[in-house]
Ligand binder design. Structure first.
Ligand SMILES: Cc1cc2nc3c(=O)[nH]c(=O)nc-3n(C[C@H](O)[C@H](O)[C@H](O)COP(=O)(O)OP(=O)(O)OC[C@H]3O[C@@H](n4cnc5c(N)ncnc54)[C@H](O)[C@@H]3O)c2cc1C
Length: 445
């Protein structure tokens, strides 16, 4: 098998045993997988030949992008890792029609930079954009703060090139902005977490970058007051670009270095964008809606510094006690305040600090339990707290994952959220597209 892979991609690009870097991702739960080898195809044709060889020899395939996933999706469980890192070409860029075709290994950050250079924007902005790749973003249907206004990755994909079993290179969709000719295979591949095939390239929609963007920040004495401010923003009909929340505990343990004056309490960050006049009007409306019940409300001038700070919140929180278990639940917006209030109480019942931060405008919360990784009892307590969190989320008609996917961390949990018939339909799709079950086995389903 290794000889066949070496003949396909060259000696330098079959690394066996698999280097440690390819056996983990950003999940940080001490997860470490195993693999016979890491294989790095140079292009889609080579990727197809690698999959064909695996399918002939019953070898499992773990697709790997930037390894920034936080659900253990890219952590292999035997077989080979297929890393898309060498598929990093921009195949075509047509700024005049707001369109780009990129290979799966292009990083999210590079795509953002390229689009920006032509006055355009690729809106999905997951936090680890210097590390994550477009293939990984599609496979997880990644979101981010600006999903509130612009939607998640699926909305920006018009075509996908992928290798499916038993090694066929297919194209679904393409450079066209509308296409209802077939079943929505494109939608099926987006968010499939590497369980249905290997994404090798994508056609993406871009949008003109807004002329002006303003960030408004409000600090509130209680979490309830912060949630009330979010409800007021929504209720006022302001089309904010992003609405983020850090509850008071998240600010206490992970809010250090905020690039403007701040006070003790919960933080709401909201962004206004658009044409110059429109963005200014939206900003003023935001500041007004956010003022009630606030200890302080202000416009923050250094937007880049704010989002850099926001990207670091998760790792600062993990550092506070050494580690955390963090989820990405979603609740209906009218249950947001209730969930934010419940998380610290769940934590208390298990002897842990429970807190929430995240994309609150979408009801998407990174509810987290801080823990000392050297204490196995705390890890077990955090796992029990997460179970309670999921139970409550489902009671509220929420979802156990708004953006990270199920990976191996939550594999099998779909049954808890959806009934047997819907999960059965998932299994039928998996069986139809991957009859030998070799694409990322043990993940998602
Ligand atoms: C600090 C930090 C902040 C984050 N913020 C956000 C956020 O705001 N929003 C958000 O949605 N996520 C966020 N994430 C999670 C992560 O960045 C996203 O899930 C991202 O989309 C993963 O991309 P990746 O290339 O790193 O994929 P990987 O981690 O390599 O893989 C993730 C999954 O996709 C599959 N996969 C990867 N590439 C392919 C491919 N080419 N074909 C088929 N399957 C493939 C893998 O098998 C795996 O199941 C954050 C992570 C970190 C560490």
């Amino acid at each position: 098998m290794l000889d066949e892979l070496i003949r396909t991609v060259g000696l330098d690009h079959v690394v066996s045993p698999a280097p440690a870097d390819y056996l983990t991702d950003a999940t940080a739960r001490g997860m470490r997988g195993s693999a016979l080898a890491v294989v790095r195809p140079a292009d889609a044709a080579e990727a197809a030949r690698v999959v064909a060889a695996c399918y002939r020899n019953d070898i499992a395939i773990t697709p790997r992008g930037g390894g920034s996933g936080v659900a253990g999706g890219a952590v292999p469980d035997g077989g080979i890792v297929v890393s898309l890192e060498r598929l990093n070409r921009i195949r075509s860029f047509d700024p005049l029609v707001w369109r780009i075709q990129v290979e799966a290994g292009v990083t999210t950050g590079r795509l953002h930079q390229l689009a920006r250079g032509s006055g355009l924007m690729f809106p999905p902005d997951p936090g680890a954009s210097e590390q994550s790749q477009i293939g990984g973003n599609l496979a997880t249907n990644a979101g981010g703060p600006h999903a509130f206004r612009y939607g998640v990755t699926r909305r920006w994909v018009t075509g996908i090139e992928a290798v499916i079993a038993p090694g066929e290179l297919i194209t679904v969709g393409g450079p066209v902005r509308k296409d209802v000719a077939g079943y929505d295979l494109l939608g099926l591949l987006v968010g499939s977490e590497g369980t249905l095939g290997l994404i090798t390239a994508a056609w993406l929609r871009l949008v003109p970058a807004p002329e002006a963007v303003h960030v408004a920040a409000g600090v509130y004495p209680t979490d309830a007051a912060a949630c009330a401010a979010i409800e007021r923003i929504l209720g006022s009909g302001i089309e904010a670009a992003a609405i983020e929340l850090l509850d008071a505990a998240a600010m206490r343990f992970g809010g250090g270095g905020f690039p403007a004056e701040t006070a003790d309490g919960a933080l709401v960050l909201a962004e206004a964008d658009g044409g110059t006049l429109e963005a200014a009007a939206r900003r003023d409306a935001l500041l007004e809606a956010m003022a009630e019940g606030a200890a302080a409300v202000q416009q923050v001038d250094d937007r880049e510094a704010v989002w850099r700070w926001r990207d670091g919140v998760s790792s600062r929180l993990a550092a506070a006690h050494g580690a955390k278990l963090s989820e990405d639940i979603v609740v209906p917006l009218d249950r947001l305040a209730e969930m934010v209030a419940a998380v610290p109480r769940i934590g208390e019942r298990h002897g842990l600090t429970g807190l929430s931060f995240g994309h609150a405008g979408d009801g998407n919360l990174h509810s987290s339990f801080l823990l000392d990784p050297a204490d196995p009892a705390q890890f077990a307590a955090a796992q029990a707290a997460v179970q309670e969190l999921f139970d409550l989320t489902l009671e509220m008609d929420g979802s156990i994952s708004g953006e990270h996917g199920l990976g191996s961390v939550k594999a099998g949990y779909l049954e808890r959220q959806w009934g047997p018939a819907a999960v059965g339909a998932h299994r039928a799709i998996k069986q139809a597209l991957d009859p030998k079950g070799l694409f990322n086995p043990g993940k998602k389903l």
